[in-house]
Every structure is written in C-alpha cells, then in structure tokens.
Design a protein around this ligand. Sequence first.
Ligand SMILES: [Mg+2]
Length: 263
Amino acid sequence: MREPAEIECWLTDMDGVLVREDHEIPGAGDLIQRWVDTSRRFLVLTNNSIFTQRDLAARLVATGLTIPEENIWTSALATARFLADQHPGARLFVIGEAGLTTALHEAGFILTDSSPDYVVLGETRNYSFEAITKAIRFIESGARFICTNPDATGPSPQGPLPATGSVAALIKAATGGREPYVVGKPNPMMFRSALNRIEAHSETTAMIGDRMDTDMVAGIEAGLLTVLVLSGITRREDIDLYPYRPNIVLDSVNDLLPLLSTP
Ligand SMILES: [Mg+2]
C-alpha cells in the first residue's frame, strides 16, 4: 500500500473533515500548514455549488481556517470545467447562485433563457416556480440536463434543507423521467477535474473524507489512496455495511499528522 508520507497531492472534503458546524475540527489548521510547509499541492472539495471560492475562503476564515481561494474546488467549478470540455461557448439556462453563475461566466458561457443547449441546475435558496417551469419546458424541447451535485438535502442548524438533488427529482418527474448528468461527488469526474487543476496523478494523490458513499467510493474509483475520518457522518461500525473499504481509517485529521513527512 502507498504510505501517506509518499503522497504528493491531497484532496480533502470540507464538512466533517476540516470543519463541523462552523468550527474547525482540531488538527485541520495544522494539516493545511503541514501541506504548505512540505510543498504538497492540495484542494479542498465541496459538493455545494452555492458559494464562490472567495465566499468559501471567507467562511473558512470565520471558523479559524486560512485556505487560499485557489485551493478550493467546488461542484460548480467542476461543472464549468466539464461543460467547457464538452461544449465550449454553449448557451445555458442556469438555476443557481453566484458560485455557479460566476464559474460558468468565467468559463466563457452565455447564460440565457432563450433556446439554451443545456439546463444547469445548482444549489439555490431561492427556487422559483417560474424558473423551474422554464427548465422543464427547455428540457422537453431538447435542452440537455446537467446538475452540479446529487445531494437531496443540506445541513442547517434548524434541520435539513432541500438541496439540488430534490429539485432535480422534481424536474425529472415533470419531464417524464429525464435524468440529469450529475457532476459532483460521487461522480469521479469531480476528482478528475480536481486532479487536472493541480496537475496531480492518481497514484501519488490521496483523498480524505467522512462519507463512505461519496468521498470514499469516488476516491477508490479514481484510483486514489483513501483516508476515512470518523469526525463526520460515518461511525466505525458503519464501515462494514459497504462493499468497499478505505485504505486508512482515522478518528480525525489530527491522527494523520504523525503519518506525514515533516519539513
Ligand atoms: Mg463531508
């Protein structure tokens, strides 16, 4: 097995790994600093497509973590990358927030509500009946359906919030079962675009995550060294319920530090 000390590039999930309920998980700041001190390339991954890299960097600073915005990779950026490869300059009808519209604008796309090539659905807190109706009609008339992430709900202090996957299910039901192509985790596409972004190779890259059904399975499928941390959603007794296993299981990123090389 590859050893963590030999790993050159790191991908890590954010919620449940580095932060939890707006607080830094102990060891997260030291881990980022170690990567910087030992010249390791890294990206912090999130399936949430609401925020821009700058918004997320600012939110992380509020938790006590300093992560440069260029070290953040969102499902919105991965979606823009995917579409830029598939159909440069395509016309897009977008339901989403600044995280998605900024990523798509910067990748050179035209955002329109007249005969789009694609309907692109991302996370938003302002779902409008009118926008969803337009999306359904565009898909019915031939627009291709892309979704930033599959998550049905997102967390909030008051309880679950409906997320992109739930609205995608609504649109699917209203279009006679048209399935979106979903770019975010667990699609390894999200990891492949992240690897390209930092010029990483799968053999010398690791993925840290707290979810078996997204972070770990996508990491395994992308050929990465996989590190599960138990500081988020997964309990140790849950691991055996899945037909795949991560390479390394740790209580938190704090336990990863002693396994890494020192400056
Ligand atoms: Mg997580």
